[in-house]
Design a protein around this ligand. Structure first.
Ligand code: SAM
Length: 317
């Protein structure tokens, strides 16, 4: 009897290995989204009662800002914003690579008055969420402005929890320009935009930028596309920047790669082949890619919230 049970257990193990292997093969071919879906389905089939563990192969976490900043992430300022310099953003064209649900992109646009800022993310669901966040910010902002302008507008919550203006502003419609609000200022929705894009594979646009942000993304590019993917991303950033432009980088440390290396077979295999560890990024960016100088802003972050202890560096073209 014990022998039969052992045999059954081995058969089940063998089957699971085979199914995992199929899912991972798809991942290696670059179709990670399909691999993730298959892996979740496999988990559900093998044990329908077991809680399914969601996999985020690109660091495409949901509620990322809730986890890093707190429940009120939409309103509370991301501590990293404080170390950024106004002159990198004010009136400038900016690009945020791996924007997730867009909260920091919108906060930067708002605080530093960007000329334009484009947030791109590989995950279409997160891009949709970012667009939704932008709409919400614009609505709240215009209601707040109308309130401070002495109008009789109040922000109320409808039954679905979304904010609506209860009454119309007295000066509404006074501006003829649809891109400007009633006081002649530009609307956030004309400054901020979001797009689904895999930065490693996408074609270079004609447009150039003054500032490129890449915050907590290099690990995911590195694990999914290896050293080649990372160098491709760095060279692309260099080409996208105007002379004098700034590349703001928040790299994850090498010890954090280990924790995530098993999110797919692709990441596990790339992890073993990685030669350029984060402590060599500085040399790569200055000597190989060609950035002029680097400024370390890390110390200015000390004493802020836990979870924001990663280095932040500004590389100048
Ligand atoms: C850990 S989150 C960081 C979010 C944000 N940059 C921040 O620091 O607040 C990493 C983000 O990078 C995105 N990402 C990973 N690889 C990418 C790629 N190749 N192209 C575009 N976005 C990518 C993920 O979907 C995820 O939203």
């Amino acid at each position: 009897m014990a022998e039969i049970n052992e045999k059954k257990r081995n058969n089940r193990k063998q089957k699971r290995k085979q199914q995992d292997g199929e899912a991972d093969k798809e991942g290696r071919n670059g179709n990670n989204r399909e691999a993730t879906k298959r892996s979740v389905e496999t988990q559900a089939k093998s044990n329908p009662y077991k809680k399914i563990k969601k996999v985020f192969p690109y660091g495409n976490y949901r509620h990322y800002y809730g986890y890093r900043i707190g429940r009120d992430a939409e309103r509370e300022e991301d501590p990293r914003i404080r170390v950024l310099k106004k002159e990198w953003f004010e009136g400038k064209d900016c690009l945020d690579i791996g924007c997730n649900s867009g909260i920091i992109t919108i906060q930067i646009a708002k605080k530093y008055n960007c000329g334009s800022i484009l947030g791109i993310d590989i995950d279409s669901g997160l891009v949709q969420e970012a667009i939704w966040h932008l709409r919400k910010f614009v609505k709240t902002e215009s209601a707040e402005k109308k309130n401070t302008n002495g109008s009789n507008v109040k922000v109320v919550q409808d039954v679905n929890g979304s904010e609506e203006c209860a009454t119309k502003s007295s000066n509404e419609g006074s501006s003829n320009n649809p891109n400007h609000n009633s006081s002649g200022e530009r609307n956030l929705s004309d400054i901020v935009s979001f797009r689904e894009e895999n930065f490693v594979w996408s074609q270079l646009p004609d447009k150039q930028y003054d500032t490129v942000l890449c915050l907590s993304v290099t690990k995911w590019i590195h694990l999914n596309w290896g050293d080649d993917g990372l160098i491709t991303a760095f060279s692309k950033i260099w080409r996208l920047l105007r002379p004098g432009g700034v590349f703001v980088l928040e790299p994850q440390p090498w010890n954090s790669y280990e924790k995530n290396r098993k999110v797919s077979e692709t990441t596990a295999s790339n992890y073993h082949d990685i030669k350029y560890r984060p402590d060599s990024f500085r040399e790569i960016l200055l000597d190989k890619i060609g950035f002029r100088k680097v400024e370390d802003l890390t110390s200015e972050l000390s004493g802020t919230k836990a979870g924001f202890d990663r280095p932040i560096l500004a590389y100048y073209k």
